[in-house]
Design a protein around this ligand. Structure first.
Ligand SMILES: Cc1ncc(COP(=O)(O)O)c(C=O)c1O
Length: 360
């Protein structure tokens, strides 16, 4: 007899993870918006030291990491939520806020974990298409907020389209959202956004207890292999509720130690952002020279349509045969063939561009 699963298992989408992990050899990994730069020597040392204490559980209150984040962002520790990756904070928010009869509003295409929140909780997902420039349509999202809305997510810069909104637009939006509705501003890529200072959104927290700025150590800090993210919250109730729905010890000891050390090296953040943006400019320029039209990227990846007549799968297979792993846009919500490609090291980007030119 087959195992009987809960009804929600039939509803929850399977996360469209990038393929190619089983492939070995000289691969250019441009599919997951990771940084090509390895952990800093000081971060490796902090991890090594923490390894010696792995017979002990990690600090369940993440106290040192919260203290360092509090110093860095001037947000009280009690208003900081830590997660096993920022995805963990997102999923916990879904669990703490949503249930059947409630609604969740987000843009589409956007981060592929958002549909999971509604499906897992039985809430209704209300999706609002991006505008013609592939940016969030905030007035359209406001119109979708009803008495049933519990959570609104704005992804800025947006994954997968790489585009960003100005802070003034976000401020005006948050001011219109009823204070009983939680707003998560997912800023996983904010360090790469040249439209604003990445710290500018912090000001919004003081006026909006319902706001969460979602950040991660997975991208610019290069620690996605360890899984650690955080939410800077407008109120203490939010982190408390998020902790209630999770197992204790959700953030492992190596991740906590690495994140604490990584925060002390803001000069490395600036250096990585500068190098990534230099690649962003040159990759986008060459894509345009090929007749493609990449979106205005404010992230560490580009997004471009391949044109209706092109076979996305064929282009991806061709790239993979040449040792280049990228993401197909249709699996990420694009109605037409498109690619999302992380900016890698100069040599990896050259390989990708040469191969794409050959394939097109
Ligand atoms: C927009 C966005 N938010 C959140 C995340 C989750 O990152 P993590 O769980 O590694 O912190 C990602 C990862 O790709 C992302 O693109």
């Amino acid at each position: 007899m087959a195992i009987e699963f809960s009804e929600r298992i039939g509803r929850i989408p399977v996360y469209p993870a990038a393929g190619g992990y089983a492939k070995h050899g000289d691969l250019a990994l441009l599919a997951s918006n990771e940084t090509p730069f390895g952990p800093l020597p000081a971060v490796r040392e902090a991890i090594d030291t923490a390894v010696g204490r792995l017979n002990r559980y990690p600090d369940p209150s993440n106290s040192l990491l919260k203290t360092r984040l509090s110093e860095r962002y001037e947000v009280p520790s009690e208003r900081i939520a830590i997660g096993n990756g920022s995805c963990d904070v997102l999923l916990a928010a879904g669990e703490a806020l949503l249930e059947p009869g409630t609604e969740l509003v987000y843009a589409w295409p956007s981060f592929s974990v958002y549909p999971h929140l509604a499906a897992a909780s039985g809430a209704r997902a209300v999706t609002v298409p991006l505008d013609a420039e592939l940016r969030h349509d905030l007035p359209g999202m406001l119109r979708e907020i009803t008495a049933a809305t519990r959570l609104v997510i704005v992804c800025n810069p947006n994954n997968p389209t790489s585009t960003a909104l100005r802070l003034a637009e976000i401020r005006a939006f948050v001011e219109e959202v009823p204070p009983s509705v939680c707003v998560i501003l997912d800023e996983a890529y904010c360090e790469f956004n040249l439209l604003e200072d990445p710290d500018a959104s912090l000001d919004l927290l003081e006026a909006h207890p319902n706001l969460v700025l979602l950040r991660t150590f997975s991208k610019v800090y290069g620690l996605c292999g360890l899984r650690v993210g955080f939410g800077l919250c407008g109120s203490e109730e939010l982190p408390r509720a998020l902790d209630q729905v999770r197992q204790p010890f959700f953030c492992n000891a190596l991740a906590q130690a690495a994140a604490v050390e990584a925060l002390a090296h803001q000069d490395a953040v600036v250096d990585r952002v500068t190098r990534t943006i230099a690649e962003r400019i040159s990759v986008d320029e060459r894509l345009r020279a090929m007749g493609l039209d990449p979106a205005d990227s404010q992230a560490n990846f580009c997004w471009f349509s391949l044109g209706d007549g092109r076979d996305e799968q064929q282009v991806m297979s061709g790239l993979l045969e040449r040792g280049i792993l990228v993401r197909g846009g249709t699996a990420l919500g694009s109605p037409t063939p498109a690619l999302r490609v992380t900016y890698g090291l100069p040599e990896e980007n050259r390989r990708f561009l040469d191969a794409l030119e050959e394939l097109l």
